[in-house]
Design a protein around this ligand. Structure first.
Ligand SMILES: O=c1ccn([C@@H]2O[C@H](COP(=O)(O)O)[C@@H](O)[C@H]2O)c(=O)[nH]1
Length: 235
């Protein structure tokens, strides 16, 4: 069975997010990012979980290992399904994140999937070379970070769909590849640089696609969700 689409709830308030979700008849897999979490805090996650939605808490932690450990220990208590860090924080930081989740988990709860951002889908080859001053190409940098995440014992990474086939070849099938930067057409990419359609993402090996504005800013979000779903699920 095809995995659910992760819908990015990039709204300023809990009320807007909940109102958006009222149009759907089924529970979704939703993503709470910095915009919503920094306004509403843990209460928004509790509300979404109470409504029956699976939650990816996309806070992209990146700090010293001790701070990330403590932050993850707190987040583990929220009962989220997926959380993330930046792989650039290094193996020790990623291992601390994992330990924090394990230590903070309420008894009987399932450990959230822990994944690491490799290179943001808004980053281009040019940015990686000239602003990050990387000696590696963007694709090699994504592979490098994915290997660090694997060494640290994480469940997977965030990357663009365009690197998914390369990661599958080098890292194997037993690793989650969560891919934002999804667009249905060649139209508006907004700030995303590395984009793919849902179906291309699937063909290249994505485990989950993350879709925000294509659905949330459409005048008929449910119809937009169904279009993404049809493209993602077709062979
Ligand atoms: O590399 C990354 C990591 C996270 N994101 C997040 O995904 C969504 C994408 O939104 P769209 O509107 O579909 O572009 C957004 O919440 C980002 O914070 C990402 O795009 N790229």
């Amino acid at each position: 069975m095809t995995r659910p689409i992760i819908v990015a709830l990039d709204f300023a308030t809990k009320e807007e997010a909940v109102q958006f979700l009222h149009s759907f008849s089924e529970p979704l897999f939703v993503k709470v990012g910095m915009e919503l979490y920094y306004q509403e805090g843990p209460s928004v996650v509790r509300k979404l979980k109470a409504l029956g939605h699976a939650v990816f808490l996309d806070l992209k932690l990146h700090d010293i290992p001790n701070t990330v450990y403590s932050a993850m220990k707190g987040l583990a208590k929220l009962g989220v399904d997926m959380v993330n860090v930046h792989a650039a924080g290094g193996i020790e930081m990623m291992q601390a994140a994992k330990r924090g989740l394990e230590d903070g988990l309420a008894e009987g709860s399932e450990l959230p999937k822990l994944i690491a951002v490799t290179q943001l889908t808004s980053s281009s080859e040019e940015l990686v070379r000239s602003e990050q001053k990387s000696e590696l190409s963007l694709r090699d940098s994504v592979l490098h970070y994915a290997k660090l995440a694997q060494t640290a014992g994480l469940d997977g990474v965030v990357c663009s769909s365009l690197e998914a086939d390369m990661l599958r070849e080098n890292i194997g099938d037993d690793f989650l590849l969560v891919t934002p930067g999804i667009r249905l057409t060649e139209g508006n990419h907004h700030d995303q640089k590395r984009v793919a359609t849902p179906n291309l993402a699937k063909q290249l090996g994505s485990s989950y696609i993350v879709v925000g504005r294509t659905i949330t800013q459409d005048k008929n979000p449910v119809a937009a969700y169904r279009s993404v779903q049809n493209d993602w699920e077709r062979d």
